[in-house]
Write a protein that binds this ligand. Structure first.
Ligand SMILES: *Cc1c(COP(=O)(O)O)cnc(C)c1O
Length: 375
């Protein structure tokens, strides 16, 4: 909180503009849309709500299937369920750790059939409502093949860009690659409102519909009349005030994340049995988290033993997410392959990656890892 957070929050309190309308909400929407390079931003109460609304306005209907990554935070798949749809999970690509585009393209082209203007899963008979790739850990998905294959059948592509604000794919910002995209401003994300989310889209009709649905679908400015069942998903001016102040520091925060990732790679990239998340040649990642794979045979121990040993020295590391096809919450959902995600889950560990991490703190983490490596 090194910027104008206090100043903007004080302005909200001094002017009484604290709730779900106010200049900071509008300003934050404009800042985000311009940064990503699309026409519209719609602020929401959190990233999960943004995903839920993006699915609805993109036309996903109850009973549809949504193709998404199995290696992601559970909110992605929960939002699919909130929209009444069924997730179909896809494995990660070993080269990028992101949703495997080859599996998605093959599924769309070979396991589905196009009839009456829609694409249907041949096995289940369900309509494919959307493809929902997730740019995990600050690195983009290889989007071109997915966007091209989905576009050929009129299936919308919704980006879950919550972990990768500022990252680019072939020179284009994530959030501008599909038809609609979502960001999160939870406390752990690159910039935070405490809690918050944003939908960005070039499609003005969808943006209008999202704004309508997130404010209880009120259809009259004066009378309390509502045309459909809506949601109370709007961001407050207080949260947006923080978002605006944080946004002014976005470039610095990204630079800090990149510095941390570079220092880790420089200082322990040579440790036997440790390997960092690869950066694809077409990607400009933001290094939201610095994550390593721990090879138990080449390193002195596996990822969870390393987690515990570092915790014993006061250093917190985190595992990746349980692949969602293994999650009790989504039991029974289909998954196309899954072995790569399972291996990443078993061996992955995210190192301390806060933008506030000093080189000294980072040095302490690296020394502890070197000591424990036994080499
Ligand atoms: C954080 C996150 C979300 C959800 O954001 P919230 O603001 O916490 O609701 C969704 N998807 C992914 C991949 C995330 O990391």
């Amino acid at each position: 909180m090194a910027g104008k957070e206090w100043e903007y929050l004080k302005e909200c309190l001094d002017t009484n503009w604290v709730s779900s309308a106010g200049k900071f909400v509008t300003r934050f929407e404009g800042l985000m849309a311009d940064y990503v390079g699309v026409g519209n931003g719609v602020a929401t109460i959190n990233g999960t709500a943004a995903l839920h609304m993006a699915l609805v306005v993109a036309g996903v209907k109850p009973g549809d299937e949504v193709l998404t990554s199995t290696l992601t935070f559970i909110a992605t798949a929960n939002a699919v369920r909130h929209a009444g749809a069924e997730p179909v999970f896809f494995d990660a690509d070993a080269a990028t750790w992101q949703m495997d585009p080859d599996l998605v393209v093959r599924f769309l082209e070979q396991d589905c059939e196009f009839r009456n203007g829609s694409l249907f899963n041949r096995r289940t008979g369900r309509r494919i409502g959307a493809v929902l790739p997730v740019h995990i850990l600050g690195h983009p998905v290889d989007m071109d093949p997915i966007v091209e294959a989905a576009g050929a059948f009129g299936v919308p592509v919704i980006e879950d860009a919550t972990e990768s604000l500022g990252a680019s794919y072939k020179g284009r910002k994530v959030g501008s690659l599909g038809q609609i995209a979502c960001f999160s401003f939870n406390g752990n994300k690159l910039i935070t409102c405490g809690g918050g989310g944003m939908i960005v889209t070039e499609n003005t009709a969808w943006a209008k519909k999202a704004r309508h649905l997130t404010t209880q679908a009120r259809s009259d400015a004066i009378e309390y009349k509502h045309d459909v069942v809506g949601y109370n998903y709007r961001l407050t001016n207080i949260q947006a005030a923080m978002g605006c102040a944080q946004f002014e520091r976005l470039d610095d925060l990204i630079a800090a994340k990149r510095r941390i990732a570079k220092e880790y790679r420089g200082l322990c990239g040579d440790v036997a049995g440790l390997s960092f998340m690869p950066h694809a040649p077409w990607a400009e990642p933001v290094d939201w988290l610095s994550t390593v794979l721990v090879d138990a045979e080449k390193f002195a121990m596996g990822s969870r033993d390393l987690l515990r040993a570092l915790a014993g020295r006061g250093i917190e590391t985190r595992p990746l997410w349980q692949p969602l096809h293994k999650s009790d919450a989504h039991a029974g959902a289909a998954c196309v392959k899954g072995g790569v995600a399972e291996r990443l889950f078993d061996t992955g560990l995210s190192l301390p990656s806060s933008a506030g991490l000093s080189s000294q703190d980072l040095g302490r983490v690296v020394s502890a890892i070197r000591e424990l490596s036994g080499g």
